[in-house]
Design a protein around this ligand. Sequence first.
Ligand SMILES: *[C@@H]1O[C@H](CO)[C@@H](O)[C@H](O)[C@H]1NC(C)=O
Ligand SMILES: *[C@@H]1O[C@H](CO)[C@@H](O)[C@H](O)[C@H]1NC(C)=O
Ligand SMILES: *[C@@H]1O[C@H](CO)[C@@H](O)[C@H](O)[C@H]1NC(C)=O
Ligand SMILES: *[C@@H]1O[C@H](CO)[C@@H](O)[C@H](O)[C@H]1NC(C)=O
Length: 604
Amino acid sequence: MYKHLFPAALVLLFVRLAGGTIVDDVLDALQKAVDCTSRHALLHPLQALAHLGNDAFVDLLSTICIQSGEEDPDVCTGISSAVGPIIAHDMRQISPDGRTATRLCDALFGLCDPPPVMEFQVPLPPAPHGPTKRFPSGKKVFQVAHISDVHIDHEYTVGAEADCSKNICCRVFDDSLPQVSEPAGPNGNSKCDSPVGLADSMLEAINDLKDDVKFAIFTGDVVEGATWLVDRPEVTNDLHEFNTQLASKLSIPVFPAIGNHDSAPVNSFPRSTTNTTIDSQWVFDTQGPDWAQWVHPEGAQQVIHASGSYSVIAPGSHLKVISINTQYWYKQNLWIYDSDTPQPDPNGILKFLTDKLASAERAGQRAWIIGHIPIGKEDIVEDQSNYYDQIVQRFHAAIAGQFFGHSHKDQFEIAYSDYNHPSALNAVSVALIGPALTPTSGNPAFKLYDVDLDTYEIMDVRVYFTNISDPSFQSKPQWDLYYSARDSYGPLVNLQPGQPLNPAFWHGLTEAFRANETAFQLFNTRISRGGAVSPCDASCKNVTICDMSAFRSENNCDSPTPGLNLRRRANDDANTRDVSECGGPSISSIFSRIVAKQLKTTAP
Ligand SMILES: *[C@@H]1O[C@H](CO)[C@@H](O)[C@H](O)[C@H]1NC(C)=O
Ligand SMILES: *[C@@H]1O[C@H](CO)[C@@H](O)[C@H](O)[C@H]1NC(C)=O
Ligand SMILES: *[C@@H]1O[C@H](CO)[C@@H](O)[C@H](O)[C@H]1NC(C)=O
Ligand SMILES: *[C@@H]1O[C@H](CO)[C@@H](O)[C@H](O)[C@H]1NC(C)=O
């Protein structure tokens, strides 16, 4: 049973709080919260508590977390004071029995299936007449580097404990012990976020490439994963530092996107209509001026006024790069649950994207979309994922590429005009997902694209990596070619010379993976650049391939099913990584684990 988790300390809390009986009700409801209905019931006393004020709410979250033993006390306190006020704000605004409450239950505790997509037709301009399809010239290519999820830890301390009880180590925490069992080396460790020098070495490797690299894209997440400690001064400083590092190490322009870690508290991006003092405009005000050197003053103004999104024409080209802030569609941005009125397009990001694509189409340009969170992932709200897909269906001829990060993995997601009958013929777009620099999810890596000079389609994807297990890594990281998608996967799908790696190619690859176990296992190893390989059996393979064919989160195979979701989050199997890897400890992961434990103890 769960009761033993609440000894004397909590009784003291009861006395301290004016709403002692409400706290009792919350704890009682938490014990009974074993399915979606009872999870909803839990929201009633939580709402009563929220009306007493943020402090009582934060105290309760913190106490539950500490008593559960799921995280160290300092982590519990830090996270609760960061997100408690946001959840309390939500609870004061919404009905505990409504659709938004179900979505909040899904985000916070798992077990509640997300509600069906709320139908909404994105306003779209009519399609132009005449053929728009272009073919690659196959004559000349240039290169673009794709870096992602650098998660640079400015407090990385050489010699600090690399094997600690927190989600990232190699830094001195308040409760660190004096004796060290595994001292952190100078260039990084798989249990730690990136030291500055590791990022330097990657940027130098990109600069040293002999290829014709015209620009870089960076798909977000600058800040380290000690989410319970990050605050606005730290994040502001981290963002400035990385912008400076990019500018000083790279001799090419960089087109960045904002990640969910690039705010404080982590994941916190309130809608512009939300009445709160905890806004995230400072993130955009920080990035806009710093990015002006690459995105020009107009792009910088867009960053500031369009919630971090902008578009820019890549130098000397007819390619429009559109960078979007995906965080208003992120389930762990807990601000999005503060209204019972549907909010189809929070902060107008979908409209921004539509407008930029429409103007690119009118101008005869092609477009690349870059953003942090891949749109088909389980942690993107099903509604906005569906709406985004509508935009892709309309503009797929203008879209020559889409690039994301967040999962830390080398992956891809295909959009189809008919998700019920996916085929090479109706594959309309593909999102390429960049691997991370941070060693926490495998060997640090970046992608290098060969891009057709006329069509801006991708002719090859080459992954470069540094092997953290190699003896030379701690003295000087070596960056080497890991594989070329064209060389390695081309023969599996009979790719002809001069053909691009288009959506049909990636679809063909899913079929090859289904049929060829060796090829699939090669892909599975490459997900983490051979660094943190999870065995993938037949059912894991099914899920993995299903997810490749899902550009809409409603179509992926990670949709939570009662019981399954929590187990997935609680264990470290192949399917949990999407949820847990990028987030670091969060109130949702803690709640989920508490509830998972409870299910285990109450199971017959
Ligand atoms: C915004 O919140 C403050 C503090 O809770 C409140 O006093 C004010 O009336 C709110 N404003 C609006 C427009 O709701
Ligand atoms: C990394 O280096 C280790 C140790 O030399 C080696 O066993 C491993 O195969 C290498 N990994 C890759 C992906 O090359
Ligand atoms: C299966 O994939 C492996 C690895 O890519 C490749 O070497 C092999 O030729 C493939 N087999 C067939 C029958 O295509
Ligand atoms: C994988 O999916 C196929 C259908 O796509 C199904 O026939 C098969 O039973 C599944 N395998 C497992 C282990 O789930």
